[in-house]
Design a protein around this ligand. Sequence first.
Ligand code: PLP
Length: 427
Amino acid sequence: MSTRSAQIMRRARAVTPGGVSSPVRAFGGVGGDPFVVERGEGARIWDVDGREYIDYVLSWGPLALGHAAPAVLDAVAAAMARGTSFGIPCESETELAELIVRRMPHVEMLRFVSSGTEATMSAIRLARAATGRDAILKFDGCYHGHADSFLVRAGSGVATLGLPNSPGVPDQVACLTLVAPFNDADAVCRMARSAAGGLAAIIVEPVVGNAGFIPPDPAFLPALRQIADEAGALLIFDEVMTGFRIAPGGARERFGVTPDLTTLGKVIGGGLPAAAYGGRRDLMEMMAPTGAVYQADTLSGNPLAMAAGLATLRALTPELHARIAGRTTRLVTGLRAAAARRGVPFSAESAGSMWGFFFRAEPVRTFTDARASDVALFRRFFHEALARGVYLAPSPFESAFMSAAHGDAEIGATLDRLDDALGAVVS
Ligand code: PLP
């Protein structure tokens, strides 16, 4: 018998490519059809057939407080009663910018946009304008949105679908993007020295989330700072995913390395479309209208998104952040123990409220390592987890998240269900 999800997906595929508004949602990395969601509350979502799941995707990261968090709903409702969009300054933009600048003092000024893609694309434009150079350096398996410059050996859905370089990106643009292995400072050094005309920027996910979860080796980010300085290039931390997840003040607070520019998204919109790029004042003042580098957006700084972001960040105090991080550690430690008991080759790590795992005994430090994990086992595990009511990202090359709504009861239930799912894939 056909489920309601299957019926809706059949209709969706007739009118949208793959039936989805973003490729990874199509379950291409794990096989089968996605379920269609009806609603969410706290740590849980329900599909249109009434099945309940504990959700570790959380809209791919933004929902730090969980689904339908009352503080966010109230703030959005109050903002909405005053109107949905104006295209002229609202005080809430300044309030959210001030809050971000307080938590991330190296972000001296910022500009709001509506998506992470716009944030990284604009940051690169600014870096090119500031340095007068064209080449950028990114890392194998890192994903920085879908702008042309970044669709070169990218992670996330691009890697999941095995399309590392996208048709439609002109060679003349792609050849300006150099790609180094993550955690390999020597390779970065060599490439920075040999880049014709010099590098405009090194852009990095300080903790990789889009090739699965890969933390930086302790010396890696300091080395990038030094190499960028020697090369006269800017260092850009793409914190669209890690921002307000790996530490209350992001990567600089966690690793003690200060980038020139930072890109943010996901959590700062609390589940509505908001993102930002920011950093050194002298650089940000190069943006129009104070400077000549152009970037604009009809809906940026949208008052509903600002309200959701403000409610989320105000609630996300360092104390709450520590509590969520503690629960994330409990989950990851429990998973490692379950895999060890069952003799499954497994590694799992976390930073703050971001976590991930691979079916591979050795630690994963590069995208090459990630690809060498047991991807077929991941696919089976994903479906066994889903059948037991745990929704993980439908790809071995994505991270998982935790929210304030995932309490001890949810963590306990998740550990029991995933232990059972592990049993099913190894039996
Ligand atoms: N940068 C990083 C690190 C991301 O994880 C993403 C999206 O997942 C982006 C940029 C692009 O953001 P968006 O999907 O909002 O365009």
